[in-house]
Design a protein around this ligand. Structure first.
Ligand code: GLN
Length: 454
């Protein structure tokens, strides 16, 4: 019992969960027992998963890790979580994240940072970031607190945390999973997806999460492929492109080595590897950090103290005072920074110089991918420019933090399916991830290349 208590304490210290919902998971387990007796097991019968606290869950607090939504209990269920429950899964709890999914380290959460269960070798005891924004999902899966979890990815929030803790996660094609009931960050980029230890688990979960939803106007009205049944690590006949612009200056030697290892594994699986060019890659990060804050500033206008969560109504305050007080108290510093940037780039006089320009460059980036896919089927890159960094290391420097997204944002801007798969350990024993990017709707190709690397 002592050992068990120590493990529970160690698990809680990771701070991966904001709310625990054991009854939800137990009810799914009971339903699974019954279904087994009746010979009517569902794809996820009884599987206890973690839910990123960005998905609205009926009657269960949904915060987006912000003080603004503390205590908010939605009266409705997000489409994606509803689909998972309909497939038999149960919820262990709501997982911590960067506030409103803005961040790459999980340090912007109002409920405290999440800690990675990994440590550097050689007695270095520094607490490491689990990545972000789906840091709670990553940490919980890596520490074996749950076998799988949901994530969302706007500019890398499934892939980068998966890479930091040595698990897999896939961001499907934009529109595959409904955004209905997912707290909005940047609507033209937000996509839900699974995170799990294996490619197969990701395929199984994604099949239950994806599908057309009339409640989301950007949802794709297409049948959901049988990705699990289609899994194969035989890549004969496939061409994998290596985008030369991803060889950024100052890339650590171990990231280069990881990439070479990935190339070798894909060749072993029968793929042909070719060099391709994505000439506008260097503009992806600035483009993303204009478009995402612009959309966020608009989406977050709804938190006004009237409709959701927090209300700060100082004595004698009028309506304007209430808006100001509520938003001042409710949003954390990174969220405020994004709202300020977004409001600026959308303001009269600057709109054309920043927002319109960014939209044009976004189109060029999407065209780069289309052109590259004329000569290959998939792309292979590192997921992040480094292994997990220490908590606090980049917190004071937003630009250093944003740079961590350099390899993940291009596929987000183009709406393409992309996943991170573990590629090995660095010299300090920390996991590194490889990213596979596919053509629109080719999640199968992405998963299969992941299987060849896994
Ligand atoms: N790290 C990126 C950002 O801070 C991506 C976040 C995400 O994908 N939700 O915007």
């Amino acid at each position: 019992a002592e050992g068990f208590n120590a493990n529970v304490a160690a698990a809680k210290a990771l701070n991966a969960f904001i709310v625990e919902t054991p009854d939800h998971a137990l009810a799914a387990a009971d339903a699974a027992d019954k279904a087994r007796g009746e010979g009517a097991l569902l794809p996820l019968s009884g599987v206890p998963i973690g839910m990123k606290d960005l998905f609205c869950t009926a009657g269960v607090q949904t915060t987006a890790a912000s003080h603004m939504l503390e205590g908010f209990k939605p009266t409705y269920e997000s489409t994606v979580s509803g689909k998972l429950w309909a497939a038999g899964a149960g919820m262990l709890g709501k997982l911590n994240l960067d506030q409103f999914a803005m961040g790459s380290s999980n340090e912007t959460s109002y409920f405290g940072n999440v800690i990675s269960p990994w440590k550097r070798g050689g007695g270095d005891n520094a607490a490491l970031a689990p990545g972000g924004s789906s840091g709670g999902s990553a940490s919980a899966i890596s520490a074996r607190l749950c076998p799988a979890a949901t994530g969302t990815d706007t500019g890398g929030s499934i892939r980068q945390p998966a890479a930091f803790v040595g698990i897999s996660g896939i961001k499907p094609t934009y529109g595959r999973c409904s955004r209905w009931g997912v707290v909005a960050f940047a609507s033209s980029l937000d996509q839900a997806g699974p995170m799990a230890r294996t490619i197969r688990d990701n395929a199984i979960l994604l099949e239950s999460m994806a599908g057309f939803d009339p409640k989301d106007s950007t949802s794709l009205d297409l049948p959901v492929p049988q990705w699990e049944a289609g899994l194969s690590s035989d890549l004969r006949g496939k061409k994998v492109g290596i985008p030369k612009e991803y060889r950024v200056d100052g890339m650590p030697a171990e990231i280069e080595a990881l990439w070479e290892k990935g190339i070798a594994l894909l060749k072993d699986a029968g793929a042909e590897v070719v060099e391709v060019s994505l000439p506008h890659t260097k503009y992806a990060l600035p483009t993303y950090y204009i478009i995402a804050p612009a959309e966020a500033s608009s989406n977050l206008a709804r938190y006004d103290g009237v409709r959701y969560g927090l209300r700060d109504l100082p004595d004698g305050a009028n309506l304007q005072d209430m808006y100001a007080a509520t938003r001042a108290a409710g949003f954390g510093p990174e969220v405020k920074r994004r709202i300020m940037i977004g409001t600026y780039v959308l303001s009269a006089g600057f709109y054309d110089a920043y927002y319109t320009q960014a939209q044009k460059v976004r189109t060029l980036i999407a065209r780069d991918f289309a052109k590259a896919f004329e000569s290959c089927d998939l792309l292979l890159t590192p997921t992040a420019p480094s292994a997990a960094f220490a908590l606090g290391e980049k917190q004071a420097d937003p630009l250093a933090m944003y740079l961590n997204d350099v390899f993940t944002v291009p596929a987000s801007l183009a709406g393409l399916p992309a996943m991170s798969v573990p590629g090995g350990l660095d010299a300090q024993g920390l996991p590194l991830g490889l990213q596979i990017i596919g053509k629109a709707l080719d999640e199968q190709g992405v998963l299969n290349a992941g299987l060849a690397i896994e």
